[in-house]
Write a protein that binds this ligand. Sequence first.
Ligand SMILES: [Zn+2]
Ligand SMILES: [Zn+2]
Length: 363
Amino acid sequence: MRKIKHSILILLILLCFCGLSHSLCAAEQFELHVLDVGQGQSVFIESDNHFMLIDGGGREASSFVVSYLKQQGVEKLDCAAVSHYDEDHMAGMIGVLKVFPCDILLVPTYEGSGELYQSLATAALSNGCVIMHGETGMEFPVGNADSEIIGPVRTDYSSDNDMSLCFKICFGDRKCLICGDAEQTSERDIVSEGVDLAADVYVVNHHGSSTSSTEGFVDAVSPSYAVISCGRDNSYGHPTMEVLQRLQNHGADIYRTDEQGTVIVYSDGQSMWFDEEPSNNGSGGTTFVSLDMEDVENNSPVSRLVPAPTESVQYVCNRSTGKFHYPNCESVNQMNEANRLNTNLDRDELIAEGYEPCGNCNP
Ligand SMILES: [Zn+2]
Ligand SMILES: [Zn+2]
């Protein structure tokens, strides 16, 4: 009798242990990375060792995106997508598809043309990708997450931004929305079609341009978090103050790649958390052109490229040309003070920030 009790006890302990280890293994995680590709967009999604990449940023971002995916342990993409054929979304994908095999490459409903598109198609086909025109209603699993195309709801827009494929990614109870460069016309149609747009994370349309994120659209999405992908001091003035304000009026915490670099959001299907604090006090693109010390103090957190005191400077960046120099480079003397940015970031960090080494002083 005692022996039986003993066995039951051991059995119970074993059961508890198995149950515990099972629940530990089953603790699934979802990650969405909005990559710092400068002016452009690239969104990487991971669930249960399955991977999706929506857009690859522009030409200059290509090698960064490739090495980022390698760092994340990607060997193959389940799904790659190009929201529309603009350079700042498509060009970086070419390099990615040269390196990583993928099951499917989703492209918008209209036909691509030109050299850039040909390179994309060639890279995809030579790496085993099936190229498919994405259509509203299509669903693709990414591990334990689901990716669904919910827009565009029409296929005859004259602007290719409005033709952007719009993805809703669901993981457990949490949802993320990524619609490329969709602008007001497409947004309005999606809303009036009654598409369920509600999402926790909204990757802001068209880099925060004032031609997108219309009131009706933002209202329908009603995001808790908004992530804006745009280049630092971009010439388009993205994001606009108007859009930042609208997002904040809807209670969204704002994250920006131009100020914070790559932004990562994690979820267990219930909670969501970021790898950093939001950038809610950032300013709009138009007023960001002449960043000086005062702006830096008022913006928290700002780009890691905060000015360094002159005596300890490693490099000097030219905010206008995007080049960086040794402090003793001839070009530094000729540099317009307004464009000059002293920094103590190292070479790799500056390159990751989108700066290029000067061809004369070769830093
Ligand atoms: Zn774009
Ligand atoms: Zn575009």
